[in-house]
Write a protein that binds this ligand. Structure first.
Ligand SMILES: [Mg+2]
Length: 374
């Protein structure tokens, strides 16, 4: 067999961890520290690509998974045959695709796309051959749900910074959530687009009450009202209230997103590119959503700059992009890791420009990789 010009020569893992300056509180839990896995893929031609896995805990475990289970399958192969490499890596697991394996594959997949862009001399938004947008609408995330005064301050701060789309975290009980929904609408005014994210806080009956309040106050979506496995609950909720539903950050592959897309239970599907198998699989999810008139709304959350950049390129290329999350909490995974400022510093008037350099469009700071090493 002829050796490919850009064969995979080496895969290096960087398990990273940071203590958060502002601990993040959701209805699911409190995060004092957060981790990710960064992966570097080097080719025989000397091109280096970087990717990221959503690895909230145990980043060394993800590193071992890449080194022991995934790298041996793809070393020596053509780095540009990304679809074939994805299938090879997926075969490391004989059961249903999901969990840490798919998150680890995401890191390599994103790195391979970074390489493909660098080899082509094109930013990914162009290489993907899609809409060719130069900027993407973003919303500010998030107004924390824990405290009224802090919530008021966060709304004022986001408005000051030019965001006209803002997401609010809500939690149980339903009455507290409805009070929060009402208060934030009053503070933000009617011209601002508001979204509410429950991180699975509610049982179905409570979710229906909250959903009706969100519709009354003109919220643009109700995100993850129920636990992701309760697909029947989502379908009933969709019938019971007028607010559009959004979810998908908890899914790994298209197979997990397919049912809610095809039934149009969701109005916006929100895969996280560093969880849902990287750019390749997330693009499949976004395209499937497009075929069913469901919008693609990338989730970023506590992920790092590589997640943000990969999501931004795909959002710029994808015809059915509605709006992308712009996570505004200070994070060294966004601030320190690359030579490009994170979205929450670059966004202007609620729009985020897509980088123009080849691949993901950023150089990774190797000193930062060492400083943040877990
Ligand atoms: Mg969410």
């Amino acid at each position: 067999m002829k050796t490919a010009e850009h064969s995979i020569a080496q895969i290096i893992v960087y398990p990273l961890i940071q203590r958060l300056e502002q601990p993040t509180q959701t209805s699911w839990g409190r995060y004092e520290a957060v981790s990710i896995l960064v992966v570097e893929v080097r080719t025989t031609s000397g091109v280096s690509g970087f990717g990221e896995a959503l690895a909230r805990f145990a980043p060394h475990g993800y590193g071992a998974l890449v080194a022991d289970a995934l790298a041996p399958r793809i070393l020596g192969h053509d780095a540009l045959a990304i679809g074939a490499l994805w299938a090879l890596m997926r075969r490391a697991l004989s059961g249903r695709a999901g969990g840490m394996l798919i998150e680890a594959i995401a890191a390599i997949d994103i790195a391979l796309w970074d390489i493909a862009g660098k080899v082509a001399g094109m930013p990914l938004w162009r290489l993907l051959g899609g809409e060719g947008r130069r900027e993407v609408p973003v919303y500010a995330a998030s107004v924390n749900w824990a405290d009224d005064d802090a919530a008021d301050a966060a709304v004022a701060d986001f408005l000051d910074r030019g965001f006209d789309r803002i997401k609010v975290k809500i939690g149980g009980p339903a009455e507290a959530a409805i009070r929060r929904i009402t208060r934030v609408r009053e503070r933000a005014g009617d011209a601002v687009t508001l979204y509410a994210d429950a991180n699975w806080a509610f049982q179905p009956d409570a979710a229906a009450r909250v959903g009706r309040a969100l519709a009354d106050h003109g919220y643009a979506w109700f995100e993850e009202p129920l636990r992701p496995e309760d697909e029947g609950g989502y379908a009933k909720l969709r019938a019971a209230c007028a607010v559009p539903l959004a979810a998908g950050e908890s899914n790994y592959t298209l197979d997990q997103a397919r049912g809610q897309i095809e039934a149009r239970v969701l109005s916006h599907v929100q895969p996280n590119i560093t969880r849902a198998g990287g750019l390749s699989e997330t693009r499949r999810i976004a395209e499937h959503a497009r075929a069913h008139d469901v919008a693609y709304a990338p989730h970023v959350g506590m992920s790092g700059i590589l997640c943000e950049l990969a999501s931004l390129h795909l959002a710029a290329a994808q015809a059915n992009t509605s709006v992308m999350e712009c996570a505004c909490a200070p994070s060294r995974f966004k601030d320190a890791l690359a030579d490009i400022a994170p979205g929450y510093r670059r966004a202007r008037d609620g729009m985020l420009a897509v980088p123009d350099r080849p691949g993901l469009g950023a150089e990774i700071d190797r000193a930062a990789l060492a400083t943040l090493h877990a």
